[in-house]
Design a protein around this ligand. Sequence first.
Ligand code: SAM
Ligand code: DTB
Ligand code: SF4
Length: 319
Amino acid sequence: MLDQADTDIQARADEAEALLRSPLLGLLHRAAEVHRAHHDPEDIQKASLLSIKTGGCPEDCAYCPQSAHHKEVGLQKEHFMNPQAVIEMAARAKSLGAQRFCMGAAWRKVRDGKEFDAVLEMVRGVRALDMEACVTLGMLQPHQAQALCEAGLTAYNHNLDTGPEFYADIIGTRTYQDRLETLNHVRAAGIEICCGGIIGMGESLRDRAEMLAVLASFDPQPESVPINALIPVKGTPLGHLKRVRPPEMLRMVAAARILMPRTRVRLSAGRDGFSVADQILCFMAGANSIFYGDVLLTAPNSGLSLDDALFETLAAIPA
Ligand code: SAM
Ligand code: DTB
Ligand code: SF4
């Protein structure tokens, strides 16, 4: 039998699915209204990403080029980076216009010791630059969340990736519940939650709706929600899939905005195939953050020069 929490999620998922299926122009208009009621529409955050430890991950996430299970990808593994070099890259990102610096490690979970201490040093260094600091390091224990909070961490990124039903088709080495537990530890330590997912992995609209329903049911709701379009990487089990069409991203952004009015919705991976007009529609629908930089963690991003031109297009025209 379903318990009350499941019933609530299913009711929210019905609402989310109805939004995802509704006529696009009406959906876009409604999302734009919600967006304007809660945010300055000109405020689009630039977040810069850096992989501080690349490849060789023991998890089997089907989308991920960094999983050690997907040997065909042929990704070059990289050692854990030196904190000073990371802080210099954050300073450079700031000078280029980034407000947030996100550091990712291809770990299953955080281990106490030298490398975690170095992450804490990176967080302190990024905060000292007066930037927001975010890390994504896999599963976390309560005392580690506490240490990250004390170092000044703004947000912890840990994605649900998809809806609970489809999840096991994508990841076998850890459960949905594991993810929710890590997110609980992050919240309990007083750190902001950055949590979203990926579309274009072969999931149904219902799976997308269920993911949005779980996210929207967090209390409080996540401060930021990255919506990634799958980057199909050759050598991963999802490498043969087609890229997401921009209107699907638009629907997902709009539904996320309506269901989570105060959240920063980040137009994340997979934006590189989108035209300027596609991206402007996503901003109209409530996306108010992007990853800014030539690479994401390992995959190419929409480049800096394209993004600078995009922001110039968005800006007022000087007299
Ligand atoms: N290992 C940590 C973890 O999984 O929590 C952090 C790094 S992991 C690469 C961060 C997120 O990147 C994943 O949760 C997934 O949503 C996203 N991601 C990875 N590969 C992707 C791909 N090919 N396309 C789109 N998003 C991807
Ligand atoms: C998120 O949701 N997307 C970012 C960030 N959080 C860490 C990562 C996207 C990774 C895309 C594939 C790659 O670069 O390897
Ligand atoms: Fe590892 Fe994260 Fe990639 Fe999964 S998504 S294989 S946990 S780096």
